[in-house]
Design a protein around this ligand. Structure first.
Ligand code: PLP
Length: 459
């Protein structure tokens, strides 16, 4: 027998480099040092015929990758809705790589399955989702929306005597799809993947801050008797606005419909006493999608698909095969996601929740919202117009006709990173505060950077 391999040095080198990178985050420029072409060149070339010792692979990888790494995990990255990666969650991810678990079925990884079971209980409690709901640990809110809408399709056709798993959509009874006009684009992709086609979507008008208008929803629902999948939102990706979930779910159910909530980041408002009113009525929905890799600050990729009807969830997502004894019965993690083999996503989620505790999650969410308001005040004081109601962690800023140039100058300077968006025909700078490590000083330094960039561009 060979000596067992000793990974200690190799793993220690990887961990040391990862730790040095994390240590550099508060001070390093946010943007990468090299451009894409040179990073591609560093990674490229023909695949060598012969292998390379792991230590050297690691050295080569670090040399090639480091100049092209973006400091998205750092405290002054405000683009998209990214979130950092908590210390315990990141370390758990390192362990996860060592353990290499695939909890498709509990028999493959009792630890991976048990971490998901425990984390699911805590998550539902934090978010205000009924404890009886089922949970799938998916890649992102895109996948969560796909799972939720698949369950919706399954159920609304089943109540009309149609098993979509057997018969598909061709010749199926008619379903309607209703969604707020400012839904996230991943809802449309989920609908496409599920065979609906986006022409089917009946858009509902939204209010001044981008939340679905309830009178408009009632009118759209009442226009037709066919059962409807209603796509709701907690956390408009531009403004942070949350739909009135209580009213929307009641209206949807009165019409025999299914309410799905895309709460990629906004559902986390439910974890805070202060902000819980934003997701009031969340428990009434039929399915929910939520990210861990955004606001919970779990490393990529990690998210949840919850369903109020576990049997429907399983019917929509599970499968079985002769060699997979016990699958397809709602007893294993693989019955609730579209993936079969996958990593043990529950392990870093469990670690993040343990690291923060209930109070820590609430504090993280409240702190980010307070910092978003600080951004809004600072940029207003600097003479810019904040155009959204900053009730969550998103800030939209009108920098005038040179918005794109100013945003580009901010990104180039490297103090902080924010992107631009077009919202209601206006070109705006878009700020999302979702990193656990961001401080008031980070926000102030970033406001100062925007002022410098604006002065430089217009100046
Ligand atoms: C980010 C986001 C998504 C997509 O989530 P992924 O994690 O990127 O798959 C969906 N909906 C909303 C509202 C989002 O903010």
């Amino acid at each position: 027998m060979n000596e067992p391999e000793d990974f200690s040095k190799l793993f220690a080198t990887a961990a040391e480099h990862a730790a040095a990178f994390r240590r550099s985050l508060p001070t390093r420029p946010i943007g990468p040092a090299a451009d894409l072409d040179s990073v591609r060149a560093a990674f490229g070339g023909p695949l060598p015929r012969e292998g390379t010792p792991p230590e050297r692979v690691l050295r080569e990888l670090i040399t090639a990758a480091e100049p092209g790494v973006m400091a998205t995990a750092g405290p002054r990255f405000f683009g998209f809705v990214v979130g950092g990666a908590l210390p315990a969650a990141s370390a758990a991810e390192i362990l996860n790589a060592g353990w290499d678990q695939a909890p498709f079925q509990p028999v493959l990884s009792p630890a991976g399955a048990a971490a998901e079971t425990a984390a699911a209980v805590w998550l539902k409690e934090l978010l205000g989702i009924p404890e009886t709901a089922s949970t799938g640990f998916v890649t992102g809110a895109q996948a969560a929306n796909t799972v939720g809408l698949a369950a919706a399709r399954q159920h609304l056709l089943a109540v009309q005597g149609w098993d979509v798993s057997l018969k598909g959509l061709m010749g199926a009874p008619r379903l309607r799809v209703i969604a707020g006009a400012e839904r996230h684009a991943t809802v449309d992709r989920a609908l496409r993947l599920l065979g609906f086609g986006t022409d089917l979507v009946e858009p509902v008008a939204v209010d001044a801050n981008g939340a679905t208008d309830m009178a408009a929803l009632e009118a759209v629902l009442g226009a037709d008797d066919a059962p409807a999948i209603v796509c709701l939102q907690a956390g408009n990706v531009n403004t942070g606005a949350c739909d009135d979930l209580r009213t929307a779910c009641e209206l949807t159910h009165a019409h025999g419909g299914w309410a799905h909530v895309d709460g990629a980041f906004g559902l986390w408002a439910g974890a805070s006493q202060q902000l819980r009113h934003l997701t009031d009525g969340v428990e009434l929905a039929d399915s929910w999608g939520c990210d861990a890799h955004k606001w919970l600050n779990v490393p990529y990729d990690s998210a949840f698909a919850f369903c109020s009807r576990p049997d429907v969830h399983v019917a929509a997502m599970s499968y079985t095969a002769s060699y997979l004894t016990g699958s397809g019965q709602g007893t294993g993690p693989g019955d609730f996601t579209a993936e079969s083999s996958r990593r043990a996503r529950g392990i870093p989620v469990w670690a993040a929740l343990r690291e923060l505790g209930r109070d820590g999650v609430a504090d993280l969410v409240e702190r980010c919202c307070a910092l978003a308001r600080r951004f809004a005040r600072g940029l207003t004081d600097a003479g810019f117009e904040v155009v959204n109601d900053v009730m969550l962690n998103q800030v939209l800023v009108d920098l005038g006709e040179h918005t794109d140039a100013i945003v580009a100058a901010v990104q180039a300077e490297g103090t902080c990173w924010m992107g631009a968006t077009t919202w209601r025909g206006r070109r705006l700078m878009r700020i999302a505060v979702s990193n656990y490590a961001t401080t008031e000083a980070d926000v102030d330094a970033s406001v100062a950077s925007v002022r410098r960039a604006a002065a430089g561009v217009t100046g």
